[in-house]
Design a protein around this ligand. Structure first.
Ligand code: NDP
Length: 240
């Protein structure tokens, strides 16, 4: 039977490409989102992949959503923690709310969802978890102490949880994308973007499909011996 994958933030941007590539690889997929109903409806119409709306930073909301997904579609065997946000400012201008939102959405969500699927994966002796980090969690970035801390935290979380899952057949890996051509990056001013591209040895931004290919690779049944790894997909911008 096809394994079920939950992709958070899976109806647009990088997440949409991840959902679609997993679906094409023969997985059943449920894509979650926060509030963009129009994007979710258009995504389901185009791909046939169902969506579910809940806030990944809210543990109780995650608990209700996981219960609903598993009741309707079966056990979650593949979890892709992709949902993320930025609230950029220098430390001087950053307030506590901007810090908390970014930590809770990007990093807290990884705890929430891994915690909720863990018991089932352990009992079935199979699981694939991929957490989407960032080049900015590896290298740091001006104006992003919240985001860099959250993404860097994801890399530590991945390595620690991989050790806990290894004996139970659960692999836990991370992907650190470089700059990818999505709405998040298109919000960057054009002159700044040009400087960023100039620093990428491949000479272009990444695509959502570049990242999705990594997720398919790490979540394959055959990827059983890869755990605790961070796969950098960044066109050579940062070699970690
Ligand atoms: P987008 O802004 O295009 O999409 C973000 C997705 O996350 C949306 O589906 C959004 O739902 C969902 N989301 C946001 N907040 C929540 C929440 N509280 N609860 C549930 N879902 C939520 O992001 P990208 O595709 O650009 O990025 C995807 C991931 O890749 C993120 O983790 C990001 O940090 C990481 N990344 C991106 C890079 C890039 O260059 N784009 C580079 C490195 C890492 P909705 O549509 O409803 O708002």
């Amino acid at each position: 039977m096809a394994r079920l994958a939950l992709v958070t933030g899976g109806q647009r941007g990088i997440g949409a490409a991840i959902s679609e590539q997993l679906h094409k690889a023969g997985r059943k997929v449920v894509a979650s989102y926060a509030g963009n109903d129009a994007a979710a409806a258009a995504f389901t119409e185009r791909t046939g992949i169902p969506t579910i709306k809940f806030d990944v930073s809210d543990y109780a909301a995650c608990q209700a959503a996981v219960a609903k997904i598993e009741a309707e579609h079966g056990p979650i065997e593949i979890l892709v923690n992709n949902a993320g946000i930025t609230r950029d400012a220098t430390l001087k201008r950053m307030d506590r709310k901007m810090w908390d939102e970014v930590i809770d959405t990007n990093l807290g969500s990884c705890f929430n969802l891994a915690k909720l699927v863990w018991e089932g994966m352990t009992a079935r002796k199979f699981g694939r978890i991929v957490n989407i980090g960032s080049i900015n969690g590896q290298a740091g970035q001006y104006g992003q102490v919240n985001y860099a801390a959250a993404k860097s935290g994801i890399h530590g979380f991945t390595k620690a949880l991989a050790q806990e899952g290894a004996r139970a057949g659960i692999t836990v890996n991370a992907i650190a994308p470089g700059y990818v051509d999505t709405e998040m990056v298109r919000a960057v001013p054009e002159d700044v973007l040009q400087k960023i591209v100039a620093r990428i040895p491949r000479g272009r931004l990444g695509t959502a499909d570049d990242i999705a290919r990594g997720v398919c690779f790490l979540t394959a049944d055959e990827a059983d011996f890869i755990t605790g790894s961070t796969l950098s997909i960044n066109g050579g911008q940062h070699m970690y």
